[in-house]
Write a protein that binds this ligand. Structure first.
Ligand SMILES: NC(=O)c1ccc[n+]([C@@H]2O[C@H](COP(=O)([O-])OP(=O)(O)OC[C@H]3O[C@@H](n4cnc5c(N)ncnc54)[C@H](O)[C@@H]3O)[C@@H](O)[C@H]2O)c1
Length: 396
């Protein structure tokens, strides 16, 4: 049996995927409300294919509880934030989960850390907890992207870091129950480094695209046309610029490296700073547009999108929330994916939102706005995501 610890965006689909592929799974989360919701047969976030996967997993016997189980394999997928001052990883959730596991697990148990951790975290913070115990540690980081999680869980390749090939092989067999991608077995520190580097690569390349967008705006040039042409070069692939970077990974994980290796990461630190400042740049651009169009009342400006990416309901670290926290002004806000009230001035009705504003700032390129472009007629539009075909008055 496998006990999955932490049933959030990563732990839940992983538990469901295993259970729907014949593995006996119990999911544990210390959030009682979340466990009760799952036990009522409801999923806790929306994601393409998750409902069906949930049904399959229930048929496969998956169970949910707040209690840790005594079993031979654990998969830990709890949060790994960073310390905002030191920029280093804050391993407190992983440490707490492993400490709890150690009070209950049998000898020879394998503890798989799926949470993203900085290189050396398992040696520094987890291994000492296991001294004198016959348990094995494994790192199996996750690569899936919200919005396409179920597909990617099955089809992405994966990395497994273990102390011995035998333990690596044992865990590889468990993941291969559902994973059709290649599963590479390596050592723990290499697995830790690869995961953080993958997200750092994305962060640095997004920062480059954001810098390019600002440069093109300064020169009154179209960044999308520049990208289109440059990307025809066989070895160039410039990413899309945007209003900032959100989610639980790209705005977080690269900081682990800056915190641990400040002397070796000036490029990464600068990239993170560029991405973090994008919501402020958007705010400056909004102010310039208001002046140009004679809009004097900020409540006539509507921010479309609260999530950190299109077509998901995850709002963590989203550029819109970053903008609103640094500029707490009376903007109107609407997101078709978010019905719970999160910020002041939030609407749940799209027509009422549009009626209330003159300038719409597209912060997230949900399918909803792409399918309803005509409704924007008569508004000034700032399309920070370059998703609209015709309606944009301003682009990044
Ligand atoms: N969300 C993503 O897109 C994504 C992608 C790849 C990797 N990751 C990594 O996966 C890890 C988990 O991220 P997430 O997005 O699933 O987080 P999350 O916040 O959605 O879920 C974490 C869950 O863990 C529970 N929890 C925390 N401490 C616990 C404990 N000691 N015992 C039991 N339950 C506990 C919380 O109640 C929560 O439900 C992080 O390290 C993250 O960086 C996330």
């Amino acid at each position: 049996m496998i006990n999955v610890i932490g049933l959030g965006y990563i732990g839940l689909p992983t538990a469901l995927m295993l259970a729907s592929h014949g593995v006996e799974v119990i999911g544990t989360d210390y959030n009682q409300t979340l466990v009760e919701t799952l036990n009522r047969g409801q999923t806790t976030f929306s994601e393409e294919g998750l409902e069906q996967l949930f049904a399959d997993a229930l048929a496969g016997g998956v169970r949910f509880t707040t209690e840790y189980q005594s079993t031979e394999v654990y998969i830990v997928s709890v949060p790994t934030p960073y310390d905002e001052v030191s920029k280093k990883i804050d391993p407190c959730y992983v440490v707490a989960a492993v400490e709890k596991i150690l009070t209950i697990c049998p000898e020879d148990a394998v503890i798989v850390i799926e949470s993203t951790v900085s290189p050396g975290t398992i040696d520094r913070f987890i291994r000492p907890l296991c001294e004198g115990r016959q348990v094995s540690l494994v790192h199996a980081p996750e690569r899936i992207i919200p919005g396409n999680m179920v597909y990617e869980l099955e089809h992405n390749s994966r990395t497994i870091g273990a102390d011995s090939p035998a333990v690596g092989e044992r865990i590889r067999r468990i993941y291969s129950s559902f994973c059709k991608g290649e599963i590479v077995v390596t050592d723990i520190k290499t697995a830790e480094m690869t995961k953080v580097i993958e997200n750092t690569y994305r962060a640095v390349n997004i920062a480059f695209a954001n810098e390019l967008a600002k440069l093109c705006y300064y020169e009154n040039m179209d960044v999308e046309e520049i990208r289109r042409i440059c990307n025809m070069h066989p070895r160039v692939n410039i990413l899309a610029p945007g209003p900032g970077v959100g989610g639980h990974c790209i705005p977080v994980d690269p900081w682990f490296l800056v915190g641990d290796y400040p002397e070796h990461t000036p490029l990464i630190a600068k990239a993170m700073e560029i991405n973090e400042k994008m919501p402020d740049y958007i705010f400056k651009r909004i102010c310039a547009m208001m002046e140009e169009r004679g809009i004097t009342d900020l409540s006539r400006v509507g921010l479309y999108g609260l999530t950190y990416k299109e077509d998901v309901d995850d709002v963590r670290e989203s550029p819109t929330l970053q903008l609103l926290s640094r500029h707490p002004l009376p903007f109107r806000v609407y997101d078709p994916m978010v019905s719970r009230e999160l910020v002041k001035g939030q609407y749940t009705d799209y027509t009422a939102f549009l009626d209330a504003v003159d300038l719409v700032v597209v912060m997230v390129g949900h399918s909803h706005i792409r399918a309803n472009e005509a409704a924007l007629d008569g508004k000034w539009i700032f399309d920070t995501r370059n998703v609209l075909k015709n309606a944009a008055t301003y682009k990044l």
